[in-house]
Design a protein around this ligand. Sequence first.
Ligand code: GTP
Length: 327
Amino acid sequence: MFAVVLVGGFGTRLRPLTNEIPKPLLPLGQRTILEWLMVHLARGGVTDVVLALGFKPQPFLERFPDARCAGVRLHYAIESSPLDTAGAIGFAARSVGLDSGREAFVVANGDIVTDLSIAHLVAEHAINARQGALATIHLTPVDDPSQFGVVEFDQPVEATGRRVVRGFVEKPAPGTTMSRHVNAGTYVMQPELLRRLPGDAPLSVERVTFPELAKDHALFAHPTADYWLDAGRPETYVRANLDLVSGVRHDREDAVHRSARIDATARVTNSVVGAGATVGPGATVSDSVVFAGSNIGADARVRNSAILGDVHEGAEVQDALVGPDGV
Ligand code: GTP
């Protein structure tokens, strides 16, 4: 089975980390967000991934020189100008001929971290497709829906079990919708849907394609309460890392890489420290991500931050993203 993975965005909210490194290639534990996504897709039966590339494609090509990752074959579709999400899906899917095939395919945002079962989503979509679905969308509940586009859907019809999406409410005021479910960034699509995604001009799947499909009763919902984070914001990016090493996920990884050097008088708590990173004498690091190769100076204090460049001796860093120039 094929998946299209969207990795062409600018990742502006994670600047300056994303000035040089595209968001999906930022570390998640001791791998990257994208590599964990590949592991996840492979487990769900995906054999081939088309990376929908735009902003900074080169780091992706260099990262996977044999065009394989986690046992998945990689294909590259590079946009000459940003096509937005639906444009990118149309362009990438056509580049490997999915428009002339008959098989459904998975689509995933490249910055989503989740324990959703891809196999369940695909199996449910197969049933939905027999009842007219052109796509099935994973939904996740959020505490405060007012910051999101909320998705309203039918409760399952007993005989069929299907949940049809009724519509989308953008940033709802309190009391205007009963739903707390938002688009969770993973979909299964029928190849026929590609007729609506020409892939030759910018088009948004969230703002245009899905609301249109909902009007046609051709978009079905797959709500789950699985672990889920959109890692594209500073606080969620750090949180996604801490959750992976603290054991709240299905997967768990080493918090501190074995090649990292932490001085005996330094204190590192609830943090990820990458390969070859150093933490100097008397320094404290808590609830943070220290990228591979980065150096935390003596007596520095780092809290709730992501550190790509070096932190100088005695510096205090809190709730910050430190880019390649350091601090
Ligand atoms: P921000 O700039 O911080 O909003 O991040 P972003 O550019 O990644 O945007 P957003 O998180 O809304 O994008 C959702 C997903 O779509 C991400 O996986 C992006 O990489 C991807 N994406 C957004 N726009 C494009 C595009 O024009 N082309 C491609 N190929 N992918 C895109």
